[in-house]
Design a protein around this ligand. Sequence first.
Ligand code: DGL
Length: 264
Amino acid sequence: MQDRSIGIFDSGVGGLTVLKEIASLLPRENLVYLGDTARVPYGTKSVETVQRYALEAAEFLVDYGVKLLVVACNTASAVALPLLRERFQLPVIGVIEPGARRAAQSRNHRIGVIGTEGTINSNRYPEAIHALLPGAQVSSVSCPLFVPLAEEGWAEHEIARLTAMEYLQPLAAAQIDTLVLGCTHYPLFRNTLRQVLGDAVTLVDSAEETAKSVQQLFQQQGLERSERGGRSVFFVTDVPARFIRVGEAFLGTNLALVEQVQIG
Ligand code: DGL
């Protein structure tokens, strides 16, 4: 069991931010990543559609023989996690609970959440935060332009700063001390968000927190792989060219072993 891979899926390239954190915290693990690039984005689609896509993506990874399923996509985590847990007999970790746990450490209990329209409309982050910190004041804003800006390589561009100023205005007014980056692409905006919100606001990277949850689960259940040198393989549902180009910018390393597959 320990030698099996960790399966990670996302709507496209963004989940590589989660893969990167898992690979750096658990370098011995083999990782298999599925980016549903033929059907990206999930963030603007209906709950029913995202649930169907998530089930199909998960099925592919379960058939591959993974020991754990990580739902790297915030939108899919928001609407499909209970379904996946019900359908499959293996541990399933999403990005929302880990991010909410970290956010609940807020000092002034005023917390901001940013994400896709699907994630924000689902209300899952505020629910998860309130379960841990009932009195918290949670303000949520969807930032749909961040995904294309990140994929264009403009996360630190002046346009990103102006866009962030506009989106974050209500969160600054709410005097948040913690901001949850509730979308796979948002860790790339760290410097821009710092510029706009200042250093006093804690940025919660759901990708980082999720990697810590995977590590904890493995320690509890004895699922860690002991051999050195884990490797990653990548599957996509559309031609790999764009995934490789944008993905290398996200990861900061070369992407080898990318194969196109059909799911569903
Ligand atoms: N991966 C998605 C998320 O984290 C962002 C991209 C999309 O909309 O599919 O919500």
